[in-house]
Design a binder for this molecule. Structure first.
Ligand SMILES: Cc1ncc(COP(=O)(O)O)c(C=O)c1O
Length: 400
């Protein structure tokens, strides 16, 4: 392996690049997690997280990866044998379904082609059929990190309401939170599952459950066994900024800084930046003559793009060449699409010139790997500079 200089390009769809401000914030002595300084930190991050989830409800923080927060959502609200409706949007939806079955839930997985999001009409039809209200929850992945497809959560909420069904609504936002617009309260979500290592720009290691009043009421009668994931103990301790067990102290310092950074930019600007960089990426992919895995433009993900390679070309070989030659990590194809797609992460602490470098690395890699393509990066750059010109014009007009 050759020696590389300069920064490694971490362009997988999470964990993402951690900004220096966040790294510096975490670079501090560990404090007493039962002391007054910690209580202030705890209260500040627990309050700040509400803005990120767009909720007034409590957000629970676990020292865990996102998988733990999946489990917490299920075990706090459900009982053995409860029926849950899930949708096969890709690898992560499939894993969540497997977990649900493994812990004694009767989870139904509506089959999907890994190229579309959850169909709100299918949700409505399935729930309307369930006259006895046997289905206790609908669980969907907002942004399928394995495919780059984002389901339409607001429309799914409306579908549940149209079916007049009392099911709880669980949403995994692990790769959408703080990069694609997400509204826990407005969209009537009961448990939102989040993770630290993507849009929040933190290292892996903490995960979240935002919980509605309906979810808290369900927790009172839910009978699945739980101990580490129990919400009640967390919420009781969180009142004063503390945790029932040792929290990930230094990650919380990082979280405080990340929340400051996101709110200083403003969530609408964060979402617009992700939308702009994602659109530029898609223009490059089309200009290369390659195919975007997501087939529905309304469901394009703004945090990553999964790109299909032509038959006979191995996406993992391309990724290997790009890593060895240009020191850039791209996302591998997962599950059913392994070897067929590579994924470009364009989320988190990310800007125009980082994207230009990323796309240049992909384009040079395509050439080295012998994948037929045309030049594509110019299409992305033209779009980004047109957007910037339009922005400047708008600012001048507002000032005039
Ligand atoms: C959408 C989604 N859900 C769940 C997970 C699992 O999270 P973790 O690997 O942090 O346990 C991931 C991980 O990438 C993900 O992207």
């Amino acid at each position: 392996m050759s020696v590389h200089r300069g920064r490694h390009f971490l362009q997988i769809p999470g964990p993402t690049n951690v900004p220096d401000r966040v790294l510096r914030a975490m670079d501090t002595p560990v404090i007493d997690h039962r002391g007054p300084e910690f209580a202030r930190l705890g209260q500040e991050v627990l309050e700040g997280l509400k803005a990120i989830f767009q909720t007034r409800s409590p957000v629970i923080v676990f020292p865990s990866s996102g998988t733990g927060a999946w489990e917490a959502a299920l075990v706090n609200t459900l009982s053995p044998g409860d029926k849950v409706l899930m949708f096969e949007t890709g690898h992560f939806a499939t894993l969540w379904h497997r977990m649900a079955k493994g812990i004694g839930i009767e989870a139904e997985l509506v089959p999907g082609d890994w190229r579309h999001g959850v169909d709100p009409a299918a949700v409505e039809a399935r729930l309307a059929d369930d006259r006895s209200h046997a289905i206790k929850a609908v669980a969907v992945v907002h942004n399928e990190t394995s495919t780059g497809v984002a389901s339409r959560i607001g429309e799914i909420r409306n579908a549940i309401d149209r079916a007049n069904h009392p099911a709880l609504f669980f949403v995994d936002t692990i790769s959408s939170l703080a990069s694609i617009d997400y509204r826990h309260d407005e969209w009537g979500v009961d448990v939102t599952v989040g993770g630290s290592q993507k849009g929040l720009m933190l290292p892996p290691g903490i995960a979240f459950n935002a919980v509605s009043e309906k979810a808290l009421a369900a927790a009172k009668s839910a009978r699945l066994p739980r101990s580490y994931w129990r919400w009640e103990d967390m919420l009781a301790n969180n009142q004063s900024g503390f945790f029932p067990y040792t929290p990930a102290t230094n990650l919380l310092y990082g979280l405080r800084e990340a929340i400051h950074m996101l709110l200083e930019e403003g969530l609408p600007a964060v979402f617009a930046r992700h939308a702009r960089l994602a659109e530029a990426t898609r223009r490059a992919v089309r200009a290369w003559g390659l195919e975007i895995l997501c087939l529905e433009p309304r469901e394009y993900s703004n945090s990553l793009t999964a790109v299909l390679l032509p038959d006979g070309h191995d996406a993992d070989r391309l990724r290997r060449i790009i890593l060895e030659r240009y020191d850039m990590s791209l996302g591998t194809g997962l599950g059913k699409v392994q070897g067929k797609v590579f994924r470009i992460g364009h989320l988190g602490d990310f800007n125009e010139l980082m994207l230009a470098g990323t796309l240049a690395g992909v384009e040079m890699g395509l050439r080295l790997a012998g994948v037929p393509h045309k030049s594509g990066i110019g299409a992305a750059l033209a779009y980004l500079s047109e957007e910037a010109t339009a922005d400047a014009r708008e600012t001048r007009a507002m000032r005039a």
